[in-house]
Design a protein around this ligand. Structure first.
Ligand code: AQP
Length: 333
C-alpha cells in the first residue's frame, strides 16, 4: 500500500524557537517514518514582510539545517526551498480566482499581522497585499502534492480549514482534482505561549526577544530569558488553567524533559518559582546543547545539495498536478 503524504513548512523569518520545534518540527520527526514526508522552507512566505535579502538567504539555509539537526532525515523525507518550485506561485494565482475576500479578511493571523485591532480605519491601506492573501499560497503549497495530512501548530487551524474549503470548491466546480487534507496537531505542543505574555503564542516575529527561546540561544541567554519570564500570582508550582504563565512553563518543561506535568507539580511541592525556573532553564539547555552541536557540524554545501535534490524530486509532481488543474480550467497545456 502507498504511504500517505504529509507536507509542512516554516518561513525563514526571525528566530526559529522552541514553539516551532514543539508545535511542528518534533511532530514531523516522529511522522517521517510512517508517511511520505515533504518539508519545505517557505521563503515566499517570508517576504510578506520586508526582509534584508542577505539575511533571508542566511535564514533560508539555517531553517533547512534546523530541520536536519532536529532529526529530519533527508534519506526518509524530502526537503526543498519553496521558491525553487515555481508551480507554488502559479497554482496560487489560479486559486486566488476562486477565493472570496471575506474568507481572507476573517483570518485571525491577518488581523494580528495587519494590527487591525488598533481601530485605525486607515490602517488597512498600508498593509501589504501579501499579508492578506498568503493563506492562498499555503493552500497551493499543500494541494500541489496530494497531501493527506498537514502537521502544524494550533495557530494554523484556520489556514487548514481554508485549504479544505478551496480544495472542495475547486473539485465541485471542475471535477475531482485535489485531495482534501486533514490537520495533524499534537495536544501538548499545539500552542506554546510567549514568555513575556502567556495570552499570545510564542512567535518569531515578536517585538521582544524575551517572548521566545530561540533554538540558537546561548546558555546565558536561556537563563536570562527564563528568569525574566512572567509568572502568575501566588507561589505554588501548579499546572492549572487559571495560571496560564506557569502552565506554559510547565508545558515546556514537560515536553522537553518528557516528564508528565503531574510529576513536575509533585517535584516542586514546598518549593518556589526560583527553584522551578532554575531547573527549567537547565532542562532547556540540556535540550539545546546537543541540538546546537549537531547544527554546527552541518556543512552548508551539503545542505544546499540536499535542498536542490529535493526540489528536483518534487517539481515533476507539482508540474503534473498544475497541468491537471490547467487542463480542467480550460488552459491549453
Ligand atoms: N507558539 C507556537 N506553538 C506551537 N506551534 C507553533 N508554531 C509557530 N508558533 C508556535 C508552528 O510552527 C510552524 C511554523 O510557523 P510560522 O512560520 O508561522 O512561525 P511563527 O513563529 O508563528 O511565525 P510568526 O510569528 O507568524 O512570524 P512570521 O510570519 O514572520 O514567520 C507552524 O506549524 C506553526 O503552527
Amino acid at each position: 500500500m502507498q504511504k500517505k503524504i504529509i507536507f509542512s513548512g516554516i518561513a525563514p523569518s526571525g528566530n526559529i524557537h522552541i514553539g516551532n520545534y514543539l508545535g511542528a518540527i518534533k511532530n514531523w520527526v516522529n511522522l517521517q517514518n510512517e508517511y511520505n514526508s515533504i518539508f519545505c522552507v517557505v521563503d515566499m512566505h517570508a517576504i510578506t514582510m520586508p526582509r534584508d535579502p542577505k539575511e533571508l538567504r542566511k535564514k533560508t539555509l539555517e531553517v533547512a539545517k534546523i530541520y536536519i539537526a532536529s532529526g529530519i532525515d533527508p534519506e526518509k523525507s524530502t526537503l526543498f526551498i519553496q521558491s525553487h518550485v515555481p508551480e507554488h506561485a502559479e497554482l496560487m494565482w489560479i486559486l486566488n480566482t476562486i477565493t472570496k475576500t471575506g474568507e481572507l479578511s476573517r483570518m485571525t493571523q491577518f488581523k494580528d499581522k495587519a494590527e487591525l485591532s488598533t481601530g485605525d480605519s486607515k490602517a488597512l491601506e498600508n498593509v501589504p497585499l501579501g499579508i492578506f492573501n498568503y493563506p492562498i499560497l499555503m493552500v497551493a503549497d499543500i494541494l500541489l502534492y496530494d497531501t493527506n495530512l498537514v502537521p502544524v501548530g494550533e495557530d494554523q487551524l484556520q489556514h487548514i480549514e481554508i485549504t479544505k474549503t478551496l480544495a472542495k470548491r475547486f473539485n465541485n466546480r471542475f471535477g475531482d482534482t485535489f485531495v482534501v487534507p486533514e490537520v495533524h496537531i499534537t495536544k501538548e505542543g499545539m500552542r506554546i505561549m510567549g514568555l513575556d505574555d502567556p495570552t499570545k503564542k510564542m512567535s518569531k516575529s515578536a517585538k521582544s526577544e524575551y517572548n521566545y527561546i530561540a533554538l540558537n540561544d546561548s546558555e546565558e541567554i536561556v537563563r536570562k530569558k527564563i528568569k525574566k519570564a512572567v509568572t502568575d500570582s501566588g507561589s505554588e508550582i501548579v499546572y492549572r488553567d487559571d495560571k496560564p504563565a506557569l502552565k506554559n512553563l510547565i508545558n515546556i518543561y514537560s515536553l522537553l524533559s518528557e516528564t508528565p506535568a503531574k510529576e513536575i507539580e509533585n517535584k516542586y511541592v514546598g518549593k518556589g518559582y526560583a527553584d522551578f525556573k532554575n531547573d527549567l532553564a537547565e532542562v532547556i539547555i540540556n535540550f539545546l546543547k546537543p541540538f546546537q552541536e549537531r547544527l554546527a557540524k552541518l556543512d552548508d554545501k551539503k545542505v544546499l545539495e540536499i535542498l536542490a535534490e529535493g526540489a528536483e524530486k518534487v517539481q515533476p509532481l507539482a508540474k503534473k498536478k498544475l497541468d491537471e488543474v490547467k487542463r480542467k480550467i480550460g488552459f491549453i497545456v
